[in-house]
Design a protein. Sequence first.
Length: 287
Amino acid sequence: MKKRAKNSKLTVGLIHFFPTLGDTKDNLERGLALIRSWKPGRRPAVLVFPELWTTGYLAERSYPRLAERIPGATSRALASAARKCRIYLMAGSIAERRNGRVYNTALLFGPDGRLLLRHAKVHLWDREVDHFHAGQSYRMVRTSAGNFAVMICYDGDFPEVPRLLTLRGAEVLFHPSAYPSPNDDEWRLIYPAAALQNNVFIVQVNRIGSEKGLSTGTPVHFFGGSAVHGPNGKTILQAPFYSPKTAPRERIYTCSIDLAHARKLRRRSYLIDRRPGTYRPVLSRPA
């Protein structure tokens, strides 16, 4: 088990990214340039990308062609960037090809470039079920900077997911997303409440810009609005929301969080006062 860091503060960088649909080379090059441009300071730091930023979200039938194995060219480049910059890199999610299937997979690298966590999206939203295979589990990783876990976009809409990860010890939940309009109300409402109910930091990173599906041509707008919510439910950082008529701006939004705050609140919290024996019907009764 990793020793807990004496400094409980963590610098977090949230990337508003506008992928070029289907152009993995251009997206990766621009993403690496953003990593190199970031100046996190001396304390431990994590930089966070959104969901499916290397391919764009609506690659649809092109995902099998665009997906790559892990390790692969993209994951190796991201590992190298994390190592050179000495940061934790929550590399959003990429399309992963594994055992003849395509997964929507999030990757977390440590400052030494080592892959610390790999999570395949469990809850597939809408047409995602036509293109991805669902993951089957959730993971939390202990690091010297804190205990980290990830839930990809729709995963986080289910209250069981942040609760499960928190009970496993997570102090920061990363939420890389491609959250589209008109669902900004859910984005604003669900996650501060989840942070409060679980006394956990939630780092939401949503992509920006609009796309038309490579197969269907259906346009979808992604509104940004990335945010960091503290373990008391208060919003620490709120990035801009973009309308379809507003030109999106690619940039990194930065704040500092103190994990000691979450640890203090948990000494008397919803987690301590739970009565799990009364919740069995939630697990046994179908919807």
